[in-house]
Write a protein that binds this ligand. Structure first.
Ligand code: UFG
Length: 341
């Protein structure tokens, strides 16, 4: 019988892409989402791509323990992928209590309910933010984590520790934390993608919205950094590649291939790309001119971060495959499809 994976936050950007890849790999999926930062666009897109109209969907808030517990009563869950969280760095600085409550309580509830239902395999969506401004690049999973510069970042570090400690104390719970670098792009079908509410914080949605005319001008935050062209370096990982890393990690847990009860993997490409290079590549591959200007640095940005992906490549048997050109073309196709809706 197919194993069932609960995807919390499954109607969102990363969750919807992961749901598609889980079905493609033969898993059953249950989606839970409180719809606090998305609408039904991506969930409907997932149904179209997979041809599955019957995906179990729980519109619940994972901060509601009774609701999470009921879900575990009703469904036999073999693994959980936990995405349900707030993710805006700036907002977390302004509203720390809201971020700590939401991101920590929801994860505690998932773990508690899993434990009370005989245990589970738990995959936590962490972030390269835990490395801060790392001294040595690229970062490996052994690179020390640095104190986070935002409550959002703190919740990632704390949830990693909560998972590690829970695994240590609970024989029936196994855990993997995936540390994402910068997820970008959309599904090749252009049926699912990133849907930021309001003004996008992240680079690629701001680029595509500028290209389509929703925003007047992109600001490149700083060109006086100590890098070759003066703009920041990041490791942009294609969303479908990222989704496939989740399938690889879940299979590793479900097939009993973990080497330790709690494992961590970087999920990136291993290639640093500057903001300027990304903007240039977007213009080139989509054959357009972007309205942009150089603006002051954005407070809190690290100069450079990219992943050493050796561990994920070797242990998960996973590797990023799509080129940055394919990814940027997919982001633009998605933005155009939204304009047509
Ligand atoms: N940038 C611009 N203009 C913009 C938006 C971003 O120049 O309008 C630049 C940023 O300064 C940065 C790069 O583009 O150099 C990438 O910025 P993003 O906001 O897209 O991504 P970040 O690397 O800042 O953020 C990511 C994740 C966060 C995570 C953070 C820290 O989105 O969840 O990394 O690791 F917290």
């Amino acid at each position: 019988m197919a194993k069932t994976v609960l995807v919390s936050g499954g109607a969102g950007y990363i969750g919807s892409h992961v749901t598609v890849e889980l079905f493609a790999a033969g898993y059953e999926v249950v989606v839970a989402d409180n719809m606090s930062n998305c609408d039904l666009t991506c969930f409907n897109g997932v149904k179209k791509i997979t041809g599955r109209e019957d995906i179990p969907f729980y519109e619940i808030d994972c901060c509601d323990y009774a609701a999470v517990n009921r879900l575990f009563d009703e469904q036999k869950i073999d693994a959980v992928i936990h995405f349900a969280a707030f993710k805006a760095v700036g907002e977390s600085v302004a509203e720390p209590l809201m971020y700590y409550r939401n991101n920590l309580v929801s994860f505690l509830n998932i773990l508690e309910a899993a434990k009370n239902h005989g245990g589970c395999n738990v995959l936590f969506s962490s972030s390269a933010t835990v490395y801060g401004e790392a001294e040595n690049l690229p970062v490996t999973e052994k690179t020390p984590r640095l104190p986070a510069t935002s409550p959002y970042g703190n919740t990632k570090t704390m949830c990693e520790d909560i998972l590690r400690d829970t695994v240590r104390a609970t024989e029936t719970i196994k855990g993997i934390a995936l540390r994402y670098f910068n997820p970008i792009g959309a599904h090749p079908s252009a049926l699912i993608g990133e849907l930021p509410r309001g003004v996008p914080n992240n680079l690629v949605p701001f680029i595509t919205q500028t290209a389509i005319g929703k925003r007047e001008c992109l600001s490149i935050f700083g060109n006086d950094y100590p890098t070759e062209d003066g703009t920041c370096l990041r490791d942009y990982i294609d969303i479908v590649d990222l989704a496939k890393a989740h399938v690889a990690a879940v299979s590793r847990m479900l097939d009993g291939r973990m080497k330790e009860g709690y494992e961590i993997f970087n999920v990136g490409t291993g290639r640093p790309v500057s903001v300027q290079e990304l903007v240039d590549a977007f213009e080139k591959v989509n054959d357009l001119k972007l309205n942009y200007k150089i603006a002051p640095r954005r407070p809190g940005d690290v100069v450079a971060i990219w992943a050493d992906t050796t561990l994920a490549n070797e242990e998960l048997g996973w590797k990023a495959e799509r080129t940055i050109e394919e990814t940027l073309a997919s982001a633009w196709a998605w933005e155009k499809s939204l304009a047509g809706k």
